[in-house]
Design a protein around this ligand. Structure first.
Ligand code: FEO
Length: 390
């Protein structure tokens, strides 16, 4: 693929990873991803914005054929999917200097072995004139690591945002448009990657909004040609508002927990509450994370294994705890044979969440009338808590 022009003198030179299906050995990528690098040619200097994943090194080098000199390489983020080709590029372009934040410099040295003498730290708001194109570096920590930054290109009204606003979406389209599929991919990415940093993101959105831009060029997924589309989506996701939605990740071994979950689902629907159960042996955890972006309540369903929670449910609880969704209420339901600490174990795994823990329901053996009555009471409690939510 040839470099693709975004604006005169600004080119996409990244790599599309159509077949990648897992990130960080954890995050499902059902739609693949891309690693976007951008080449900017001013009248006096040429700059590369980020690199690509090391597996795509040859693709980047092909895209840079004919580029004889790189004055600078901007490293917005030290994670290897964007900085991994820096060592090879620094050898190929012996004059190139890496520009990054103060916190990025030791990460680039430690993780990639970059010569510290070839790294220049840029201050927050510092500008660089390329000749007719002016870059302004904005420190935007925690999108996705503490060292991250974005860059504003004033003349072309472009914001280069790296992971911020990205989507794991392999697409032949250079520009995202405003299709629902683009929205869904960006929301999934937010849920899986950005949700733990909701509060810093609120500040970073305010910060970048002070500058004028029409285009957001992230380092994963298509380029947003309607910046307002993704900005307003993010503003909703990071807001403190929750929706009238209950998410129920669960496992069942012999049917008791599933019967309880399905009764609770029906009871919630009867009370005009949206509900999304996830049977965890088959669920995509990215879908679960997406649902948690909006949900007001989380209910985890677990059977008892060797006296404790089912490990798969515990794993979902640990992941949810790491993702820090803005849920307000949580409960645990489930079943056991002769004794159980499953409820305490699962609730104890949610310590990062600022939730009110509602009284759960644990059932010995098969659920009976009193079990279903207790689940109805839980549904009543959730309905009271959700009153007025959209
Ligand atoms: Fe796309 Fe945090 O790396």
């Amino acid at each position: 693929m040839k470099p693709r022009e975004i604006r005169p003198g600004v080119y996409w030179v990244g790599a599309i990873d159509w077949n990648r299906r897992l990130f960080d050995s954890l995050i499902p990528l059902p739609l693949g991803t891309s690693y976007n690098a951008y080449l900017i040619r001013g009248s006096e200097r040429t700059v590369l914005m980020d690199t690509v994943d090391p597996t795509m090194e040859q693709v980047l080098f092909r895209n840079l054929e004919g580029v004889e000199r790189l004055d600078y390489i901007v490293s917005h983020h030290a994670e290897q999917d964007h900085s991994g080709v820096l060592p090879s590029l620094m050898s190929r372009y012996s004059e190139a200097i890496v520009l990054c934040t103060p916190k990025a410099k030791p990460l680039l040295v430690d993780h990639l072995g970059i010569d510290p003498d070839r790294i220049k730290i840029v201050g927050d708001g510092e500008t660089l004139d390329l000749g007719g194109k002016t870059l302004r570096f904005l420190h935007t920590p925690w999108v996705h690591w503490p060292e991250t930054m974005t860059t504003h290109l004033a003349e072309d009204r472009i914001l280069f945002s790296c992971d911020f606003f990205g989507s794991h979406l392999a697409s032949s389209a250079l520009f995202a448009g405003t299709e629902p599929s683009v929205y869904d991919a960006a929301k999934r990415y937010y849920a899986e990657i950005m949700m733990p940093f909701r509060k810093p993101i609120q500040k970073n959105i305010e910060k970048v909004r002070r500058f004028e831009f029409d285009i957001i060029a992230p380092s994963h997924g298509p380029v947003y040609d309607d910046a307002g589309f993704i900005l307003s989506a993010y503003e909703e996701w990071v807001s403190d508002d929750v929706k009238n939605l209950v998410v129920i990740p669960y496992i069942s071994m012999h049917g008791s927990t599933e019967a309880m979950v399905m009764h609770l689902v029906d009871a919630l629907v009867d009370r005009a509450i949206r509900v999304h159960p996830f049977e965890l042996t088959s669920a995509d955890i990215g879908d679960m994370a997406m649902a948690l972006v909006d949900a007001a309540t989380l209910v985890l369903g677990t059977p008892t294994v060797l006296g404790g929670a089912h490990p798969t449910v515990l794993s979902a609880a640990v992941l949810t705890n790491l993702l820090r969704p803005k849920v307000r209420y949580a409960a645990v339901i489930g079943s056991y044979g002769w004794g159980s600490k499953a409820g305490e174990e699962v609730a104890g795994a949610l310590s990062n969440l600022k939730v009110e823990v509602l009284e759960g329901v644990m059932c010995k053996g098969l659920p009976r009338a009193d079990t279903y009555a207790a689940l109805d009471t839980l549904a009543d409690t959730i309905a009271d808590k959700h009153a007025g939510l959209p």
